[in-house]
Design a protein around this ligand. Sequence first.
Ligand code: HSE
Length: 363
Amino acid sequence: MKLGLFGYGTIGRGVYTLVDNIKEKYNLEMKKVFDLPQKKDQLGEKLVTDVNDIIFDDEIDAVIEVLGGHDLPYQVITSCLKKGKSVITANKEVVSMHLEEFINLAHENNCSFCFEASCGGGIPVIRPLIDNIKVNDVNDIFGILNGTTNYILTKMDDEGLTFDEALSLAKKNGFAEANPTADLEGLDLVRKINILSSLAYKGNISNDDIYHYGISGVTREILADIRKRGYILKLVASSHKEGNNVSIRVEPTMVPIGHPLSAVKNEFNAVLFTGSTNGTLEFYGKGAGSIPTATAIVSDLVSIIENRSYIDYKNENKLIVNENKVNKGTYFVVDRTDKISIEANLTDEQLQAAKFYARLLSL
Ligand code: HSE
């Protein structure tokens, strides 16, 4: 099988290496790689600087899109699927916005659309969820779904690094997005919890309807205070469905020491699904980084080769997202004068007005 790769950055290089490792076993050839002309030194004759050189190459059967961003990836994915090329992507932004369209295009053109690496980096989470919901109703999804912010919180709390020191290490290790604001403000988690929830609840969800609050305001003093109270701070994405009403939130959360999520450190992620017939399942592993993410991508590729990549997605439920305006629960609130208080039943507006806040989770 001949392949095309769109993007030779952190993840693209990992994909290139892993494809090279298995090329004999699966008879693979990475025929062309799209990136900027500056990558010529690394890629030689394989480099193309026009996406059409891959899209219109009839010898290429499958492509991997790891460009990041929206417009070019959207164009590349839709064009390749229309040409009957299978597409594998790690791009949570486009998948969260166009899941139904991509799946339909793949079905119409007898090819595959796979996106395991879009949620949880190297953790196989999409496929188990898809298999599970065939026999089970999953109405609760909960977890740490961003490696960068979990890495920052761990390094600040366990090793006393400043926020900026921890962020620059996360960038150096290849965990952060090109623009890390999406990580820090929770937008990356919005996209991931959207993908998982849309699949589980069988309905389209707009990223704009998902509440999110990030960790930019966190300090080492806040983390120490939270720890003294018996909690560890985590940026958590949660989603719950009752009837067609869905509540989806991304917010700093105080996890009691002893809860499974409290032990998830550095770039590791963990996600928990609760099913109607099998209770809670927990998935844990490396949520970011070149080789773990590339492993999920290349596993998708092998699933295509072995003819087990079919994904069904039906937008059959009209979901009503985040209708409740008052949040039941208890909150740790740091106000603009640095006064800390514990409060209950706050609106999103009250929460957003805080200098920093975290929701308390009970065991
Ligand atoms: N920036 C993302 C993260 C990469 O830190 O989790 C993996 O999706």
